[in-house]
Design a protein around this ligand. Structure first.
Ligand SMILES: *Cc1c(COP(=O)(O)O)cnc(C)c1O
Length: 385
């Protein structure tokens, strides 16, 4: 089956009610026919659900669908994208081990590496996403993992997955890719050698700004470790959220096509505006990694950023003058959302660190939604004017 068909047709088996759409299974535990069956399921000798922190039909449907869409053996769902990121690190690293991470990561991922992992003796070396040639010399005898995000949030840096995949293979390192911005519809990192793929399902996978969720994908052996970590520590996704996310995947392909088409139209239209010094979008020819993006992504994604010439005050003025577009921190919603990282998410980060990940004072991030693009352009243009 093709991507779109799998996203719709991979479904939990029907109950005797013959429902067409999968029901929600809001149950914390499951019952057994007899003590022998209970013992066999607990021992893993027989398939079956025990407790919803371990498994649940809604979680299983989402996991099987996502594994299939990413082209890997297995997926494990979590309560949020950060739980997915944290599980994919903690399931594999021990005190004394080392990670190489692209500097262009989501803010909370940076905090995990800088503020939490050192408490357990796990250290990270930050590397430049645009200079993979320099990464090899940072590899230590204790290095166990390479962690990247592409396209990155919010800088839209593009990492050459094939190159990093080859480096990871050469040194026998686990290669983790946060694939949140692209979704498996636009980019399947396993094809380029990624061992572990993480998602914030909160973003384009939900696609309608309703629930939090996370997903980790990879081969059976690696995902068994992620599963066991979550089974004991408890970052479990609720059956309701899993149901929402699985239903959302049914429309992922059509939504992403429109997100990307709207984003490209906006990016092109804003390039020549006198108030804007630079527009960033992976599928614009002016993007420094345009060729790499074209090679590994089907389309450019749903996020566009641009830099206002007037800096900090221009950024805030711009947001205040938007009428239709929402000021909010989420992304991947049907509703277009604008943020000004320098005065919000990165207000406390020092300037040098901001610039290293592409956040200038006048940078605006737009998560382009599914409204008619003419209405979006009109709102942005009147605010700029
Ligand atoms: C939002 C986001 C996360 C975190 O996901 P949550 O669902 O908010 O926990 C991780 N990585 C990227 C790239 C994100 O955009």
């Amino acid at each position: 089956m093709k991507f779109e068909t799998k996203a719709i047709r991979l479904q939990h088996k029907r109950t005797q009610e013959q429902e067409h759409s999968t029901p929600i299974f809001p149950t914390s535990s499951f019952v057994f026919d007899d003590a022998q069956q209970m013992a066999a399921i607990f021992a893993g000798e027989q398939e079956g659900n025990i407790y919803s922190r371990f498994s649940n039909p809604n979680l299983k449907e989402l996991e099987q669908k996502m594994a299939s869409l990413e082209g890997v053996e297995r997926a494990v769902v979590t309560a949020s994208g950060m739980a997915a990121v944290f599980s994919s690190i903690m399931a594999f690293l021990s005190a004394g081990e080392h990670i190489i991470a692209s500097r262009a990561l989501f803010g909370s991922s940076i905090s995990i590496f800088n503020n939490w992992l050192p408490k357990w003796g796990i250290y990270c070396t930050w590397v430049d996403p645009n200079n993979i040639e320099d990464w090899e010399k940072e590899i230590l005898s204790t290095t166990k993992m390479i962690f990247v995000e592409t396209p990155s949030n919010p800088g839209l840096d593009i990492i050459d997955l094939e190159k990093v995949g080859a480096l990871a293979k050469k040194h026998d390192l686990l290669f983790v890719v946060d694939n949140c911005f692209a979704t498996p519809y636009l980019q399947q990192p396993a094809r380029f050698g990624a061992d572990i793929i993480t998602h914030s399902a909160t973003k384009f996978i939900d696609g309608q700004g309703r629930v939090l969720g996370g997903i980790v994908c990879g081969n059976n052996e690696l995902m068994d470790a992620v599963y066991r970590f979550g089974r004991n520590t408890g970052p479990s996704l609720s059956p309701f959220n899993a149901w929402i996310l699985s239903k959302s995947l049914e429309t992922l392909a059509v939504r992403m096509d429109r997100h990307c088409a709207n984003a490209l139209t906006l990016a092109k239209a804003l390039q020549d505006h006198p108030a804007i010094s630079k527009v960033n979008y992976p599928f614009l020819e002016s993007h420094p990694a345009h060729a790499i993006a074209k090679r590994q992504m089907k389309q450019g994604g749903g996020v566009v950023t641009f830099e206002l010439k007037g800096g900090l005050s221009a950024g805030q003025n711009f947001l205040n003058r938007l009428n239709l577009i929402s000021l909010s921190t989420n992304l991947g919603d049907t509703r277009t959302i604008a943020t000004h990282p320098a005065s919000t998410s990165h207000a406390k980060v020092n300037k040098e660190d901001c610039l290293a990940v592409g956040i200038t004072d006048g940078l605006i991030r737009v998560s382009v939604g599914l409204e008619h693009v003419d209405d979006l352009l009109e709102d942005i243009q009147q605010a700029l004017d």
